[in-house]
Design a protein around this ligand. Structure first.
Ligand code: FE2
Length: 375
């Protein structure tokens, strides 16, 4: 039997702030230099820009790496007593900023504040010989912030304050294209608050909802709602734990991250088999799915272009929504704490998500939890 997800457009899109796409994602990490090396070597990012002592920056060092439309900023403090250092002490490495590319960062900010967002950064103009950028910022769940980036008058490599970073070491890309979505974990009872935040402040619509009956395993369950902007380029699923027999994996995240935060960032490829093969060759570890997952896969998702044996070998999941199908795989957590991980996704017509893979993902995480003794 073919299963379809319960996709439904619950709200008309009312984009309050036009968003062109994800501008960059910034992680606060304890060693930005080594993190940059990891994302270059393992994930195929290219060096782009740098800020630190050599650029007159006394408080922190940032490396910017890029792959097609994806920019990651890796930032560490240069001394004690910084807000960056406090963030790392409390949460470990994690996503601090999800930056959104806008045409007018002042309009975006004023609109968001008027609709109830909490201010992180007033509209601020910075400039150098390549032009000027206006950035503004609002808080989201936990300590995560959105920075609106207006760069239409800027031709520099990244942002004013950064210089081009051109090291000799430049490993090849692995076909990652753009940020598909970024998932937040929030405490019990707070999912709807943040769903409404994205609805009210940014005019996002809810494209799908999974309740604890959709996503429950033998031990744990959770609820999830997916918020999207009008052009579909920005998708923010929000998860909250639901009561289960054992400790929910969302609770495990919240315990170790010590609060709400980004659970995973999904990066899109247009050839997931090649991309995942290369990631594995470079040492990236993925959650395992039982081989039995593939026994009934084609009954669930219908015809697919990919070779089933290759998908099974790599552990790539397949799911379907009303418009098409999608292929997904999840890395193991990339930090010492069982917190953040990455997803690699390829969309073949599906613009939303199916519920079958949620369950497969959570069962796979539970096997990891059991090994950690935190289930
Ligand atoms: Fe995801």
């Amino acid at each position: 039997m073919m299963t379809t997800s319960n996709t439904q457009v619950l709200d008309k899109n009312t984009d309050l702030i036009p968003l062109n796409g994800t501008d960059y994602i910034e992680l606060y990490v304890s060693n930005a230099k080594q993190a940059a090396y990891y994302y270059q070597s393992a994930f195929g990012f290219q060096p782009l820009a740098f800020a630190g002592l050599e650029t007159g920056q006394k408080d922190f060092e940032s490396f910017v790496v890029v792959q097609d439309k994806i920019k990651l900023v890796l930032t560490s403090p240069l001394h004690s007593g910084t807000t960056i250092g406090e963030h790392i002490d409390k949460h470990g490495d994690g996503v601090k900023v999800n930056a959104l590319w806008v045409d007018d960062a002042t309009f975006a900010y004023n609109n968001a504040i008027e609709k109830g967002a909490q201010s992180y950064m007033l509209p601020t103009k910075t400039e150098d010989s390549d032009g000027h950028v206006i950035c503004s910022g609002i808080y989201s769940y936990g300590e995560v912030v959105h920075i609106f980036v207006e760069r239409k008058n800027y031709n520099g490599v990244f942002l004013p304050g950064f210089k081009a970073w051109k090291p000799f070491y430049q490993p090849k890309g692995i076909g990652l294209k753009y940020v598909d979505h970024m998932v937040g974990n929030v405490p019990l009872g707070e999912m709807n608050k943040w769903v409404n935040f994205y609805k009210d402040v940014l005019g996002f619509k809810q494209i799908i909802s999974f309740d604890d009956k959709d996503i429950s395993t033998q031990y744990t369950s959770l609820m999830s709602k997916v918020m999207s902007n009008g052009n579909g380029r920005i998708k923010f699923p929000i998860n909250e734990p639901a009561a289960g027999l054992k400790k929910s994996q969302i609770e495990e995240y919240l315990d170790f991250y010590e609060g709400a935060g980004v659970q995973h960032v999904a990066l899109a490829s247009d050839n997931i088999i090649e991309t995942v093969t290369e990631l594995k060759n470079r040492g990236v570890e993925f959650l395992n799915v039982p081989k039995t997952y593939y026994d009934t896969l084609l009954d669930r998702v219908g015809d697919i272009d990919e070779n089933l044996a290759e998908l099974r070998e790599l552990g790539i999941l397949v799911d379907r929504d009303d418009e098409g199908y999608l292929l997904q795989i999840f890395t193991k957590t990339v930090n010492p704490r069982p917190t953040m991980f990455f997803e690699i996704i390829q969309r073949k017509g599906a613009n939303s998500f199916g519920k079958g893979n949620f369950k497969a993902l959570f069962e796979a995480i539970e096997r990891e939890q059991a090994l950690r003794g935190t289930l």
